[in-house]
Design a protein around this ligand. Structure first.
Ligand SMILES: *Cc1c(COP(=O)(O)O)cnc(C)c1O
Length: 371
């Protein structure tokens, strides 16, 4: 049995009739950018996240970047980011000319450790950017409390957590604004690039609408130097179809995660070195990824590959150790928790179209090879 890490074509095939109808509708409309599909998707996704505004943009990185711009964050400013995240979180800050200031994750949840945030706040700090990594909500209450005390913005990186809940409330509406990615592999994924800003802030929403479209509200009247970052009509139409399935598809991911945890958890065998993801009691994760840890991670990955099971590493290098951030002058050991995660994490297959038999095969193989 071969199990791919993620089967994106299966997401299309499950919704083929609706997707093909959406395609025909847009193609026949003769209107391909900033039209009715985008407006409808923005209204539907805003309602889903429980916020007033959703503004579609070209991708998740742009969503984060435009939020920072719209809050006038730039050169000389600092933004607090997790030391372990996909590099896009940091790049959004760098693109504005501001400085990403890393904070180590909590060892158990892999999300930014709120207890370490206050130590790195300086007079230049303007915002905190927590990431709901792997689809598990970050601990937002202490972050919001610290931000309020220091007059900082809280910008959620919600790229991996569409539909997740923190203390009953949906992510994407917990801070001042959130950046969402609709990269194909995300829980709500387009068939190409896409992204959106979600927020309750009217002023910010207006500014993002300007910035995504050349700084212009009325064609050829340019109020400021903007960007070209739009979510096109085809992707918006596809996302509208997928949004109707998001809760059901997240529920299927939850079932697979529960099955993995039940069968690979404490007491199932002698695999004391295997670390399973911890679900904090106040979160309802959406399992964008199912990430385990193991000291012999590379060996485990090879053995699973030999058994036909696709796995990936999210992420093999923390941003501070990449060539892209060599100017930070960071050495190995600067952020030991993030570095330890990068050495030991492994993402098992999970997805809405994965069958019970496939999950069972992953579990049997894990039992055979992991010690
Ligand atoms: C995917 C992702 C992004 C960037 O999204 P794109 O749409 O690929 O630009 C940002 N942050 C995190 C945590 C992500 O996983």
């Amino acid at each position: 049995m071969n199990i791919p890490f993620l089967d994106l074509k299966a997401t299309y095939l499950e919704l083929k009739a609706e997707m093909d109808a959406a395609y025909q509708r847009v193609m026949n409309s003769g209107w391909y950018l900033l039209g009715r599909e985008l407006e409808a998707f923005e209204a539907e996704f805003a309602e889903y996240c429980g916020v007033k505004h959703c503004i579609g943009v070209a991708n998740g990185l742009d969503a984060l970047h435009l939020i920072l711009r719209a809050f006038d964050i730039g050169p000389g400013d600092e933004v607090i980011v997790p030391a372990n995240t996909y590099i896009a979180t940091w790049l959004a800050v760098s693109q504005c000319g501001a400085l990403p200031v890393p904070v180590e994750p909590d060892q158990r949840t892999y999300n930014i450790d709120p207890a370490l945030i206050e130590k790195v706040i300086t007079p230049r700090t303007k915002a905190i950017m927590p990431v709901h990594l792997y689809g598990q909500p970050a601990d937002m209450d202490p972050i919001l409390e610290i931000a309020a005390r220091h007059g900082l913005k809280v910008i959620e990186d919600n790229a991996q957590a569409h539909g997740a809940r923190y203390k009953g409330r949906r992510t994407g509406g917990l801070g001042h604004a959130a950046g969402n990615s609709f990269y194909p592999g995300k829980n709500l994924g387009a068939f190409g690039d896409g992204g959106a800003v979600t927020t309750n802030d009217d002023t910010l929403a207006d500014r993002i609408r300007l910035l995504r479209n050349y700084g212009s509200k009325i064609k050829y009247y340019n109020d400021e130097k903007g960007f070209n970052s739009r979510l096109d009509e085809l992707q918006a139409a596809f996302l509208r179809v997928k949004l109707t399935k998001l809760d059901e598809w997240n529920e299927r991911r939850r079932r697979i995660a529960a099955f993995y945890i039940q069968k690979l958890g404490v007491g199932s065998t002698e695999r004391s070195e295997l670390v399973l993801p911890l679900v904090a009691s106040w979160t309802e994760p959406v399992w964008h990824l199912f990430v385990i840890r193991h000291p012999q991670r590379d060996e485990l990955q090879n053995k699973l590959m030999a058994a036909g099971i696709g796995t990936l590493i999210h992420y093999p290098f923390p941003p501070h150790l990449t060539s892209a951030y060599r100017e930070m002058g960071s050495h190995a050991g600067a952020f030991p928790v993030a570095e330890e995660l990068a050495r030991t994490v492994l993402s098992l297959p999970i997805g809405p179209q994965m069958s019970h038999e496939q999950a069972h095969h992953v579990i049997q193989s894990m039992k055979a090879v992991a010690r």
